[in-house]
Design a binder for this molecule. Structure first.
Ligand code: TMP
Length: 206
């Protein structure tokens, strides 16, 4: 039995890491073997690329930026995700390729055809079995981030973040069988319950 790949997406401040931990606990309680990981990152090499993208101050060309995300994603897919799935482990990833479509294509203007070329080259046919989009108004995400150190992306302007949110919602509209939209404005317990309901329904767990 191969494992399942479940990805969490959404703007900054949507509570993805909290919800991933909650889902991992719940799946663990059902004796499902789980690993949690993140993008950009998830391996030593991909975490090194993350440092360039997330905490650096560089002003990358947008296609270069997408290529760096895909370089990190290939490392992650080859060394972490595929081996775990082959061993029957479920992989919960904080972000995956929908983030590149939302941030680099919708947000920063990379052509969708170029993203498709990079995706095929980097990860072939690897696709999430399920994507949970934690959706939140941009202002709410910004309020939640107040007081802590911001990443390079969080420092970007509201117009970009509005395009990113619209991009994520458009992906969900186009692929309703893969992407479930969760209202991340609710309290963490309600969001966790909504996430569990979707996962239970999709994979026949209870
Ligand atoms: P996070 O781990 O705090 O979510 O930060 C990762 C940041 O990287 C986030 O602001 C979104 C951005 N990002 C992209 O722009 N493109 C991508 O493909 C990925 C995976 C992340």
């Amino acid at each position: 039995m191969t494992g399942r790949l479940i990805t969490f997406e959404g703007g900054d401040g949507a509570g993805k890491s909290t919800q991933i931990a909650r889902l991992a606990d719940w799946l663990g309680g059902l004796d499902v073997p789980v690993v949690c990981t993140r993008e950009p990152g998830g391996t030593t090499e991909a975490e090194a690329i993350r440092g360039l993208l997330v905490s650096g101050e560089s002003d990358w060309d947008a296609l270069t930026e997408a290529m760096l995300h895909y370089a990190a994603r290939r490392e992650h897919a080859e060394k972490r995700i595929r081996p775990a799935l082959a061993a029957g482990t479920w992989v919960l990833s904080d972000r995956f390729f929908d983030s590149t479509v939302a941030y680099q294509c919708y947000g920063q203007g990379v052509a969708p055809e170029d993203e498709a070329v990079l995706r095929r080259l980097a990860i072939g046919a690897l696709r999430p079995d399920l994507t949970l989009l934690l959706d939140l108004p941009v202002e709410t995400g910004r309020d939640r981030a107040r007081g802590r150190q911001k990443s390079r992306y969080e420092e970007m302007n509201d117009e970009l973040h509005l395009r990113v949110r619209a991009g994520f919602l458009e992906i969900a509209r186009r692929e309703p069988e893969r992407v479930a939209v969760i209202d991340a404005g609710k309290d963490p317990d309600s969001v966790a319950a909504a996430v569990q309901a979707v996962v239970a329904g999709r994979f026949g767990l209870s």
